[in-house]
Design a protein around this ligand. Structure first.
Ligand SMILES: [Zn+2]
Length: 373
C-alpha cells in the first residue's frame, strides 16, 4: 500500500479547548476494564476530536473489518479470502462498544502516524514477538543493493500496537498531526491509553487489527522517506501459512514505491486507474526482485506462494482511490514480472529501474484487460 497522506490536519488546531474537557473524564470509574471505562474514554476523545467518527482512517482493511463486524450486511466483494477471514476472526465476540472503540482508534490512525512522527523504538524489531526481524531487515538491505536508486536515507520502521499506551509518543502524535495543544494532547493520550487498557482483548495495544498495514512515504511527505511494516499484517500472513514469503513480498512492494518516488514514475494518484497502475507497478517491482537470481531467487513454489499474498490483498474497490487491482490482475502482474526475471539474458543482469518501469507500462493494458473496469 502506498499511503500518500493528506497533511491537511498538520498544524491545524482543532477548536476544542481545555474548557471542552468532558465531564466524563471526572466520572471515570475506578474499576478497570469495564464498559464505563470504554465509554468515558470514547466520550473524551470525541469531545476533543469532534470529527473522529467521520474520519476514514488510512488502515482501510482494518477499518473495513470492524465496520463489517458492526454491520455484517455491508460487506460486498470478494466474499472472503483466508486473510480477511483471519482478520475478521480476531474480532469474534467483541461487543458493539468494543468494536466502536477499535474503530475510533483506527480512524485516528494513531499507530500509523506514530511511525511517521516518532523514531523507531529501540531495540527495533519486526513482528509481534520480533520473529520477523531477520527477514525484514535482510530483505530491506538486499532491496537497497538490488535497485539502482539512491536508497541512502530511506528509514525502515516497525509498527507495534503497544505505542498506543505510550503517553509520550501519543502526545506527540496529537500535537503534530492533530494540532492539539500540549494539554489537550496529553489528555487525549490518556484517553487512548484508557481505551486500550479497558478492552482486555486489545492486549495492551498488541492486537493485530491496529497494525494491519504497511506503507511507504516519499521525501516530500512528513517524516521523509520511510518504509513501515506493521506487526499485524505480518502476523496475519503467518497465520495463513505465508510467513516465510509475505515479509519479503510486502517489503519489496513498499520498496517498489520508493523506486517510483525516486524515478518519478508516478504522480499523485488522482483516479482509481492511476492508483491501480501505481500499485500494480509496485507489485511488478516486488515480483521481479523476489524471482530474480540476484534478488531473492525464489523458486516457482515460492513465487506461487507470494502470488497468494497478492491475491489476499487484491481488492474490489473500483471506485476507491487506494484501489490496488483485482486479485487476478495482481497475479498476472506477478507472473509477468517473474517471466521478465526468468528470461533475463545474460542471467544475473538487473534491469535499470526506469527500463523495468517502462516495460511494465507497455504491458499494463494487457495485465488489466480481461477484467478491467
Ligand atoms: Zn502499495
Amino acid at each position: 500500500m502506498r499511503r500518500a497522506f493528506a497533511l491537511v490536519a498538520l498544524g491545524v488546531a482543532l477548536t476544542a479547548g481545555l474548557s471542552a474537557l468532558p465531564a466524563a473524564q471526572a466520572a471515570t470509574p475506578v474499576v478497570a476494564g469495564g464498559s464505563a471505562d470504554v465509554q468515558s474514554a470514547i466520550d473524551g476523545i470525541r469531545a476533543l476530536v469532534p470529527d473522529v467518527d467521520a474520519r476514514s482512517g488510512s488502515s482501510s482493511d482494518a477499518v473495513q473489518a470492524v465496520r463489517d463486524a458492526i454491520n455484517p450486511g455491508s460487506y460486498t466483494c470478494p466474499a472472503s479470502t483466508p486473510l480477511q477471514d483471519w482478520l475478521r476472526g480476531t474480532l469474534q465476540g467483541f461487543t458493539v462498544q468494543q468494536l466502536t472503540a477499535a474503530l475510533i482508534l483506527l480512524q485516528l490512525d494513531l499507530v500509523t502516524w506514530d511511525a511517521r512522527v516518532n523514531d523507531a523504538q529501540v531495540p527495533t524489531v519486526y513482528g509481534p514477538s520480533g520473529e520477523f526481524t531477520i527477514p525484514v531487515t535482510h530483505t530491506f538491505r538486499d532491496l537497497g543493493k538490488f535497485w539502482d536508486i539512491d536508497s541512502n536515507g530511506i528509514k525502515l520502521l516497525p509498527m507495534h500496537g503497544s505505542v498506543l499506551v505510550d503517553k509520550a509518543r501519543m502526545t506527540r502524535v496529537f500535537e503534530v498531526v492533530y494540532g492539539q495543544s500540549a494539554a489537550n494532547s496529553a489528555s487525549l493520550a490518556d484517553f487512548v491509553g484508557q481505551l486500550v487498557r479497558s478492552v482486555p482483548r486489545f492486549n495492551g495495544g498488541d492486537f493485530p487489527l491496529f497494525t494491519f498495514n504497511s506503507y511507504a512515504t516519499s521525501a516530500e511527505e512528513f517524516g521523509g522517506r520511510r518504509v513501515v511494516m506493521g506487526d499485524g499484517v505480518l502476523a496475519g500472513y503467518a497465520a495463513i501459512g505465508l510467513g516465510d514469503v509475505a515479509p519479503q513480498a510486502i517489503l519489496a512492494h513498499e520498496f517498489g514505491h520508493q523506486v517510483q518516488f525516486a524515478d518519478d514514475l508516478i504522480s499523485d494518484a488522482t483516479t482509481p486507474e492511476d492508483s491501480r497502475r501505481a500499485e500494480l507497478m509496485a507489485d511488478a517491482f516486488s515480483a521481479y526482485f523476489l524471482s530474480h537470481a540476484r534478488g531473492e531467487a525464489m523458486q516457482t513454489k515460492r513465487v506461487n506462494e507470494f502470488l497468494g499474498v497478492y491475491y489476499n490483498v487484491g481488492d474490489c474497490g473500483f471506485s476507491s482511490l487506494s484501489h490496488h487491482g483485482t486479485p487476478a490482475q495482481r497475479q498476472r502482474t506477478g507472473e509477468w514480472a517473474y517471466g521478465v526475471a526468468d528470461s533475463a539474458r545474460p542471467q544475473g543482469h538487473i534491469l535499470p529501474s526506469r527500463t523495468f518501469g517502462a516495460m511494465f507500462d507497455a504491458e499494463l493494458p494487457t495485465l488489466v484487460a480481461p477484467d478491467a473496469h
